[in-house]
Design a protein around this ligand. Structure first.
Ligand SMILES: NC(=O)c1ccc[n+]([C@@H]2O[C@H](COP(=O)([O-])OP(=O)(O)OC[C@H]3O[C@@H](n4cnc5c(N)ncnc54)[C@H](O)[C@@H]3O)[C@@H](O)[C@H]2O)c1
Length: 401
């Protein structure tokens, strides 16, 4: 029988604030409880959203809930997700899946054994660049995939003051947060990584983030670059940079090529080419992929600079995004990250309620996460190529549900 969701939100910080109203408004959600180890955070969210609240995962798991939504800091997800699954809860987790391969493996195993819903909330699978490359791969216009580039560039100076105060955590190895770049491109190629070689940029700036003895990992690399081989024979270049002179879009696919066609992107320009007799046919697909609010403003004299500063990249849908499928209760509610938030929460709630596989299920989440963990090992060994473990596709029985 379908059961409405009673969601426990773990972590009352900057990110979860955008999601609680989406859980509360979803037609498959009955109630929400919020939880944070910092008492004031839990209390203030409880008051703001008019929900019950508590102060630890143990307390939360004893509440009347059947799902946990994890929004704790990025390096903490594995153990709390495992705990929630072991207590029989469906889990929605902010990215990444975990910071240890064994945790990813255990999450996949638990989901397989229990049939519970696990979904990783990878915002970038709903980024128009990724949706476009996927669409063109699926209809055959690119031919066979040969090469692609994806990146998540987020300069340390653009993190909020609250995050920059946490010097122990902010210097996390960039490849431990690989899911935006990997997710965008793997989502489009429908393949997975088999081998990786990586190099890093040793930070030299005079601030405390990427220093031995300060961050939890003794990580000294602020930027990390890799080449990864895919199971389909293609090769991808993945960058994770935290010391870099750019702001937006932070996650992008600058280039994506098949044997018959390609996609290129810069600032707000999206170009699609298809091989033709002795040349190419070029189509500017910018108006199809940019958020509608961005397109409305494209003739402003300072348009490109405003795009480079993240304008119009939060709430506004782009024509490629299927927003008509969202619940009517979401009309007028907040969104975020290229209007991806509403799709993600709808995907999770729909999957858990109907007992079907969610978009970024445990198997896919592992494919978006594990190559980064291996890439950090390669980087520390100055680029030695390493094999990447893969936990396979979801079993047929789950795919057929
Ligand atoms: N585009 C994206 O997908 C995207 C964007 C931003 C953040 N995120 C992810 O969202 C998560 C949260 O980020 P944030 O910016 O809100 O961080 P934050 O530091 O603002 O909030 C995290 C909160 O979790 C609480 N917390 C820590 N451990 C806890 C525990 N064991 N139990 C209960 N509460 C605990 C902290 O006290 C804090 O209030 C991170 O994993 C981050 O990677 C994803």
């Amino acid at each position: 029988m379908n059961e409405l969701l009673k969601v426990g939100v773990l972590g009352c910080g900057e990110f979860s604030e955008h999601f609680i109203e989406l859980f509360l408004a979803h037609p498959y959600v009955d109630s929400v409880v919020v939880c944070d180890v910092i008492r004031e955070n839990a209390e203030s969210f409880g008051k703001k959203f008019n929900t019950d609240y508590c102060f630890s995962l143990d307390e939360l798991l004893k509440k009347n809930i059947n799902a946990v939504a994890v929004f704790t800091p990025r390096h903490t997800h594995g153990p709390v997700v495992i705990e929630a699954l072991k207590h029989g809860k469906h889990v929605y987790s902010a990215v990444p899946m975990a910071s240890e391969i064994s945790h990813c493996e255990e999450i996949v195993k638990l989901v397989n054994e229990t049939g519970l819903t696990y979904m990783m909330g990878e915002t970038c699978v709903y980024y128009p660049c990724s949706m476009f490359c996927k669409e063109k791969m699926q209809n055959g216009e690119f031919g066979k995939f040969v090469y692609g580039e994806a990146q998540y560039h987020h300069d340390i100076s653009h993190f909020t003051e609250h995050h920059r105060a946490d010097v122990k955590a902010l210097g996390v190895p960039p490849f431990f947060y690989p899911t935006h770049s990997l997710g965008m491109i793997l989502n489009a190629t429908d393949s997975y990584v088999t081998k990786v070689t990586a190099m890093g940029y040793k930070d030299t700036e005079d601030d405390p983030y990427f220093k031995k003895g300060i961050n939890l990992w003794d990580n000294v690399y602020s930027n990390a670059y890799s080449l990864m081989r895919l199971a389909n024979g293609g090769v991808i270049r993945i960058n994770e940079c935290r010391r870099i002179g750019c702001k937006a879009p932070s996650s992008s696919i600058p280039a994506f090529y098949g044997t018959k066609g390609g996609y290129q992107f810069s600032n707000a320009q999206h170009i699609f080419t298809k091989n033709s007799e002795g040349g190419v046919d070029l189509t500017d697909v910018s108006d199809y992929l940019n958020p509608e609010e961005m397109t409305k403003n494209k003739n402003l004299p300072d348009f490109k600079n405003r795009v480079a500063n993240h304008e119009w990249q939060w709430d506004s849908f782009s024509p490629i995004q299927p927003h008509a499928r969202l619940p009517k209760e979401y009309d007028g509610l907040g969104n975020g990250h290229m209007a991806s938030h509403q799709f993600l929460i709808d995907d999770f709630c729909t999957a858990a309620y109907n007992n079907i596989l969610p978009t970024v299920n445990a198997w896919l989440a592992a494919r978006f996460t594990v190559p980064g963990i291996v890439a950090y090992e390669s980087l520390k060994k100055d680029g030695v190529p390493l094999d990447v473990p893969d936990f396979g596709d979801p079993p047929q029985i789950l795919q057929n549900r």
